[in-house]
Structures are given as C-alpha cells and as structure tokens.
Write a protein of this length. Structure first.
Length: 212
C-alpha cells in the first residue's frame, strides 16, 4: 500500500515536471524583439499605446511572416546608455531575445556627457547582446548644437562608427523627417508627438524587417 502511494506521487510529480518543461521550451522558442530605449520609445507625453513600439507590435502581429514574434518594450523615460547597460543582463536572461533595438544616447548627449563614455557604454551593450546570440539594430540620434559644433558632430558620428565596427544594422536618425517639423514635435522641441509615431516606425521598419 505504501509503495503504491509513493509510486502515484512520483508519477504525478513527473507529470508536473513534464508540463513545466514543455511550457519553458515553448517560451524559449518564441522569438522576441526587445526595444531598449529612452523616452522616445517609452511614449513620453502621450498614451503608451500610441507609441511607435506599440505600432511595431501591431505590425509584427498582423504580418503573417512575423506574427510569431513578440515585442517587449524595455524603454524608460530619461534612460541613459549607462542605465541601459546596467539593465541589459537581466533583460537578456529573462527574455532571451532574437533582436535588440538599441535606442539610447540622446539623454547622454543632452546632458553633455563625455562621448568617449557613451561610445563605450553602447559598445558594451552591443557586445553583450551579440554574446547572447541576439542581433542588434542600432538607432542613431542627433542633438541640438548646445555644446558646440564639434561635440554635436562627434556625437552624430558615433552611431555609424559603432555600426561599422560591430557590423550591425543602423537606423541613421530616429527623428528623420520629424525633428524639424513643429507639427510633429511636442512643445519641448525634443520629443515627437503622438501623430509622429507612425513616421518613427517607418524610419525603423526598413532596417528591422530584413532581420526578422
């Protein structure tokens, strides 16, 4: 009698383990896109559901060829390259992404942080992501000439330099066709408004689609 009870318990335990294993394998097989960004990707100033990352999620889901992907928005308003790097290991471990879209650096530049430090942080983000067998899509930024022409030009050049160095795809400028249009920008002149979000996605999509 005692042996029968033990056998039943063991069989039930093995069944639970099998179900958990299947669930974990299913999760691991779901290809994931992580957007590691700042306020431009976090929906600053409007409903997050109107943001370009949500529009990306909808486009991916509605496209038969990419419907199996899930999109994780890991963007935080005010995020810097240092903050993104600090959060990266946990995100890679939790989601095991296939693609990481890196949209960082704007806040560093607006605060006049050393470009050498920004470049190293972004390089570390790219290297860690590639070491986790994920593909990087780097999103370039530009900043106002508050700190002089040399700083501004060096900042802008940082993105194509990193893309070339690590052989990753590059969105030249997230706000291309938007930044100089007052009807598409918020009053702060830094953040795109809700009506500009489809254009942001259109700037990203041509570089992202070949990676899917």
């Amino acid at each position: 009698m005692h042996s029968t009870v033990i056998f039943c318990l063991l069989r039930r335990l093995l069944g639970i383990i099998l179900l958990l294993t299947i669930a974990l394998n299913t999760r691991a097989q779901t290809p994931t896109i992580i957007v590691l960004g700042d306020s431009l990707s976090a929906g600053y100033g409007f409903d997050l559901n109107e943001g370009w990352v949500q529009l990306l999620r909808e486009r991916v889901t509605q496209n038969e060829a990419t419907a199996h992907y899930q999109v994780i928005n890991a963007s935080v308003s005010g995020e810097t390259t240092r903050g993104g790097l600090a959060r990266l290991d946990k995100l890679l471990k939790a989601h095991q992404p296939e693609i990481v879209i890196v949209e960082l650096g704007g806040n560093d530049g607006l605060r006049g942080q050393p470009i050498k430090l920004m470049r190293q942080n972004l390089a570390n983000i790219i290297q860690k992501t590639q070491a986790a067998s994920a593909t990087v899509l780097l999103v370039g930024m530009q900043i106002p000439p508050n700190y002089g022409a040399r700083y501004t030009q060096t900042f802008s050049a940082m993105y194509p330099e990193l893309a070339e160095r690590f052989k990753v795809a590059l969105v030249p400028f997230l706000l291309q066709g938007i930044a100089l249009d007052s009807e598409l920008m918020q009053n702060d002149g830094i953040h795109a408004n809700a009506s500009a979000q489809p254009k942001l996605l259109d700037n990203v999509w041509p570089l992202l689609e070949p990676l899917l």
